[in-house]
Design a protein. Structure first.
Length: 393
């Protein structure tokens, strides 16, 4: 197949939006492929990786055509670094997808825990009786009803990677949605019209500290995704404090990778087939690579490189956006925990961090109580942002 590049008339902003959205979609699909042992999804990630390569070339060409003066070149350097980071995220997602393609060993305990991570991906085949069949995503308002938002749709052999409010859901569509684990039963029941039963399993083997290894992998997945979200936030608001935190996460991920490698090597002697643990190493290395790419984005802020205006536009206009929302006095959320509020299911927004009196709470849990003057850093859809803003007003 020819890979000849033709002149692309698309703007650099549109290219950057596509690279950001595609790389984040690839992360979601890659983890889904591993969780559900789905080779078809894994192959789709590989095809998307090839598309990202092309977008990366177009981005570089556009940047070279745009720079006329030294100050323009300096501003575009940050854009190019962000684009390269998105490309690295897509490469890491491709490595995760290969776990399913190459049948690398992944403990069943890990697959179960990945489904209940901070954010998880679920898939469902739309039933003819489903209330979402024949309706648009805008009419369904899945984000506010279930806390899950649709990231991709497979219709026969065709895929829809960027569904919007005008996209119609049809009977037989395979819908992929991302959100908090609490929203999965609501989403599955809505799409299939069947009661959702969580999968149960019996461990096939007993390895020392397996729980700790699984917890590390899940934490690395959550932290790498958090790092990407915070990096884009740091870029959007040119916030050096958040950029420093991305650097801290990247350093911590390095240490966790070394610890997991040590556990795998120590545990291999107890197994006849060491391939059963190769997937853990592969997944850990890919997650660590994603955090490295997030740091590359934050590094633009840390080096005090002037951010080109298209960066803020690209982050705000992408399918999934990052927002900063202050909590007003007398707000309905004051004094309530995130668990009580169920913001993921009520708004479809995922709270990544909370700023309180100059200090940050990262990866807040269900027991985190919100206070007046807190500032929420959340990611999700534009419609979800509107609901969350109203709740915090």
């Amino acid at each position: 197949m020819s890979k000849e590049l033709k002149y692309c008339t698309r703007s650099m902003k549109d290219l950057l939006i596509d690279m950001k959205d595609t790389s984040e979609l690839m992360m979601d699909l890659a983890y889904s492929a591993v969780i559900y042992d789905d080779r078809e999804i894994a192959m789709e990630v590989i095809r998307l990786e090839e598309s990202m390569d092309t977008l990366d070339y177009y981005m570089r060409i556009s940047a070279m055509l745009s720079a006329r003066r030294i100050d323009e070149a300096e501003a575009l350097a940050g854009v190019l670094q962000t684009g390269a980071a998105a490309e690295n995220i897509s490469n890491a997602a491709g490595d995760i997808a290969k776990i399913a393609l190459l049948d690398l060993g992944i403990p069943a305990e890990l697959k179960q825990d990945l489904r209940s991570a901070e954010e998880t991906v679920a898939r469902a085949t739309v039933s003819a009786k489903s209330p979402i069949s024949g309706r648009t995503l805008g009419e369904i308002e899945l984000e506010t009803e279930t806390g899950m938002w649709v990231i991709a749709i497979r219709r026969g052999r065709n895929w829809i990677y960027d569904p919007d409010h005008s996209t119609i859901i049809h009977e037989g569509d395979v819908v992929f949605a991302r959100g908090h684990d609490d929203g999965v039963p609501l989403f599955m029941t809505c799409a299939t019209c069947e009661k959702y039963q969580r999968a149960t399993f019996e461990p096939e083997r007993v390895l020392g500290d397996l729980d700790r290894a699984v917890d590390m992998i899940v934490e690395m997945k959550n932290m790498s995704e958090l790092a990407v979200g915070l990096a884009y936030y740091a870029m959007l608001f040119y916030n050096k404090d958040i950029a420093e935190e991305v650097k801290y996460i990247e350093d911590k991920m390095d240490g966790m990778t070394y610890e997991l490698q040590h556990w795998v090597l120590k545990s291999a002697k107890h197994l006849n087939e060491v391939d059963q643990l190769r997937g853990l190493l592969h997944l850990a290395n890919a997650s660590e690579a994603i955090s490295d790419a997030a740091y590359d984005i934050a590094d633009v802020v840390l080096r005090e490189i002037e951010v080109h205006p298209i960066m803020a536009l690209a982050v705000r206009e992408s399918d999934e956006m990052v927002t900063r929302i202050p909590i007003a006095e007398g707000s309905a959320v004051v004094g309530k925990s995130l668990g009580e509020l169920k913001l993921e299911t009520e708004t479809g927004m995922h709270v990544m961090a909370v700023k309180r009196k100059g200090r940050w709470i990262y990866s807040p849990g269900a027991k985190t109580v919100l206070c007046f003057s807190d500032v929420l850093i959340a990611r999700g859809t534009t419609s979800g942002e509107e609901v969350l803003i109203e709740m915090c007003s």
